[in-house]
Design a protein around this ligand. Structure first.
Ligand code: C2E
Ligand code: MG
Ligand code: MG
Ligand code: MG
Length: 285
């Protein structure tokens, strides 16, 4: 606070900006290094169909194992990667790894879908449909088993440009999910412009479902609206049996959350899926 003496807050402000810039530059170097030396890894969280009771797929979620052994969740580093532009390379790495993983499930007889999150940053500029085409070719995964998740905010931010990429993806046979639905700023009017297959209801609406009548009313309305507009509706963040009972009663199509499983390593997910399939609840062969 030395800088504030003599009515000179600008100096302090300036040094804060420099400190921030240095920290971000250092983090950017760490992230580039992490990508080059395979410090990122994926976990897989099951998605279960309430219509069939079967395992329908998994969402791939990225983590960063730092050299000191700490595992960083995506919210702690992806915002910086978005700012520096490195997110494009990370998303590409995730997409490729995730499709390889799904291909391995298929090779062992489990026809499961893989959902991959894509950052909005530069969605239109990065030629996502071309990238997806290349990765599908490289991995031999059938397009209908790949699902691309984009947040509602990302899509609505630039509906014209993102929308045309979404249409291209869907014409490849890949499905598209609108993530964190309900917390962004879609107007009711703009929802019909969404060229997507699924709405993923944000966990904010699921959290208090069993205790809040108004949350249940909102959820029911989103599901109903989604179905009227031909979307499948997925609920995320399902943690309790009570929430599940309500989601089933309100005809939600799919669920994902700690009630079923936390995000898991590839071997753990394979074992989980095999147990699911052994009980007949799997989209096999
Ligand atoms: P998201 O796509 O909405 O993913 C769901 C998040 O909710 C995950 O957090 C997951 O671990 C967490 N979750 C799942 N079930 C439950 C539950 O029952 N209770 C609670 N409390 N949480 C649950 P995570 O893995 O920390 O990811 C956070 C966000 O980071 C993701 O939100 C997604 O927006 C982003 N993200 C993750 N992986 C990637 C990636 O590979 N690329 C991009 N661009 N974004 C990613
Ligand atoms: Mg997601
Ligand atoms: Mg989500
Ligand atoms: Mg979310």
């Amino acid at each position: 606070d030395h800088a504030f003496k003599g009515g000179q807050p600008i100096a302090r402000y300036h040094s804060d900006i420099l400190a921030d810039a240095r920290r971000i530059a250092a983090l950017d170097i760490d992230l580039r290094n992490a990508l080059a030396t395979q410090q990122f890894f994926l976990q897989f969280q099951p998605q279960v169909s309430l219509l069939t009771g079967k395992l329908s797929g998994a969402e791939a979620l990225v983590r960063w194992r730092c050299p000191d052994g700490t595992v960083m969740p995506p919210d702690t580093f992806l915002p910086y990667a978005e700012e520096s532009g490195l997110i494009a390379a990370i998303d590409e790495w995730v997409l490729s790894q995730a499709c390889h993983a799904a291909r391995r499930w298929h090779d062992s007889g489990m026809r499961l879908r893989i959902s991959v999150n894509m950052s909005s940053a530069r969605f239109a500029q990065r030629h996502i449909p071309a990238l997806v085409t290349r990765v599908l070719q490289e991995t031999g995964l059938e397009p209908r088993y790949l699902d691309i998740e984009l947040t509602e905010t990302a899509v609505m931010h630039d509906i014209e440009r993102v929308g045309s990429d979404l249409a291209s993806l869907r014409s490849l046979g890949v499905s598209v999910s609108i993530d964190d639905f309900g917390v962004g700023y879609s107007s009711l009017r703009s929802i019909k412009q969404l060229r997507a297959d699924r709405l993923k209801i944000d966990r904010d609406f699921v959290r208090n479902l069993a205790v809040s009548g108004s949350d249940r009313a909102i959820l029911r309305t989103i599901i109903h609206l989604g179905h009227e507009l031909d979307f499948e509706v997925v609920a995320e963040g399902v943690e309790t049996a009570d929430q599940l009972t309500i989601l089933r009663a309100e005809r939600c199509d799919e669920v994902q959350g700690f009630l079923f499983a936390r995000p898991m390593s590839m071997p753990d997910f394979m074992a989980y899926a095999q147990r699911f399939c052994a009980s007949g609840d799997c989209h096999a062969g």
